[in-house]
Design a protein around this ligand. Structure first.
Ligand code: 1BN
Ligand code: ZN
Length: 386
């Protein structure tokens, strides 16, 4: 307002007192220069904001991993950046991992080393099954438990194999199915083991107070070799459910909660309640999601950021009928374990069982959010007793 008034006075001066115009000319140019500078500064600010947003969403903070030096082998996993978590726990799974493949051997070795390093007691359950043509499938389930065992076990599981795809001109990575679910579990194992921190997350101490031992299971042979049937699918989980109680007395009886992650890594998953869902723990997850989103709580890993752009909830309250339940690795445990959380998005991500299920089609802000939700979840597992 005041700037306009001064401008009006100036023009009046120049009309009525021509000689004064010359005197005022430099002032006019100064004003114009000032406006230009202001405009350029504003444009730079807007451009840098746009570039930052694009950097976050399109090349999602992975470049930092190249320079970051923190790694599991060097200590604290709780304060790792997202890019380091991805590099340390997801990258090793990004290869073909179908039964009898070289990739499976490498992934199995990686899981054993990393879980050992996190201070878990690691078990390898190797067995041979037959595919529909009678050919031998050499399969390996990996499972790991806190060294301080308890009769209150909470199982966190995924499948580590990738589906055999017909066209073999390029590898089928199966990033969401289920490299990312396995990577999330590897991170949770690293922060919750006895070597986890005692300050910010202190998950191991919290589990000890509730007398809970975490059990991580990485099933092999979830995928059908040919066509999904009762006998051509779930090779690893069927073997585990049939044999574990003779290997470890009362194992399944002591499982208070069985969680299965599948098909994670695409944008905005929607988890529905299945007929067997453990409601208390599902509600707990929904509450954690709401609190993180509304900034009522924040992650114990201060290097992780919660992306709030998704306005709905990942954890929906929709109840799916028995008929729409999805067959998966939780199935062999349905009659053995009371409380089950099958965390698979429905509808399935569009890349499911497509060649495009690769690293390029992952949505990193969603994965970063899920890491924080599950980290908070295992910090208070009292819902498993309800
Ligand atoms: C999940 C990931 N599944 C396979 N890969 C289980 C499934 C079974 C999905 C039958 C659809 C139908
Ligand atoms: Zn699959």
């Amino acid at each position: 307002m005041s700037r306009r008034r001064r401008g009006q006075q100036g023009s009046a001066d120049s009309v009525h007192f021509g000689h004064k115009f010359k005197k005022h000319k430099p002032m006019f140019w100064e004003l114009l220069k000032g406006k230009c500078l202001l405009f350029i500064t504003m444009a730079c600010l807007v451009m840098s904001a746009v570039v930052s947003i694009l950097m976050y969403h399109i090349s999602p903070r992975l470049a930092a991993a190249e320079t970051e030096t923190i790694s599991l082998s060097q200590g604290s996993a709780e304060q790792m950046s997202y890019s380091t978590i991805y590099k340390e726990f997801a990258k090793p799974f990004m290869k073909e991992r179908y039964p009898n493949s070289k990739g499976t051997k490498e992934v199995v070795q990686f899981m054993k080393n990393s879980l050992n390093e996190s201070g878990y007691s690691v078990n390898e359950q190797s067995f041979t099954a037959k595919d529909p043509d009678g050919k031998a499938l050499h399969l390996t389930n990996i499972w790991a438990e806190t060294k301080r065992e308890s009769n209150n076990k909470v199982v966190l599981s995924c499948h580590h194999d990738s589906k055999i795809m017909d066209a073999h001109n390029s590898p089928f990575i199966a990033a969401i199915d289920s490299a990312i679910p396995c990577a999330i579990l590897m991170y949770l194992a690293a922060i919750s083991g006895p070597k986890g921190d005692k300050k910010s997350c202190a998950i191991n101490d919290k589990l000890e107070k509730l007398d809970i031992s975490l059990v991580f299971i990485f099933f092999d042979g979830e995928e059908a070799i040919k066509k999904w049937t009762a006998t051509d699918s779930l090779y690893g989980s069927r073997y585990f459910a049939e044999n574990i109680d003779s290997e470890v007395k009362d194992f399944t009886k002591n499982v208070k909660l069985f969680v299965l992650l599948d098909l994670l890594g695409s944008k905005d998953p929607k988890f529905n309640i299945f007929h067997f869902t453990h409601h208390k723990c599902f509600s707990k997850l929904r509450g954690i999601e709401n609190d993180l989103k509304s900034k009522k709580s924040k992650s114990c890993n201060s290097n992780l950021q919660y992306d709030t752009s998704y306005k709905r909830n990942y954890f929906s309250t929709n109840m799916l009928s028995r008929a729409s339940g999805v067959s998966d690795d939780h199935e062999p445990f349905l009659r053995k374990v009371k409380n089950i959380l099958h965390l698979i998005p429905t509808p399935f991500p569009t890349v499911w069982h497509q060649k495009t299920d690769d690293e390029d089609h992952l949505h990193h802000p969603t994965i970063e959010n899920l890491l924080q939700i599950f980290t908070q979840f295992i910090q208070d597992l009292s819902c498993a007793f309800e």
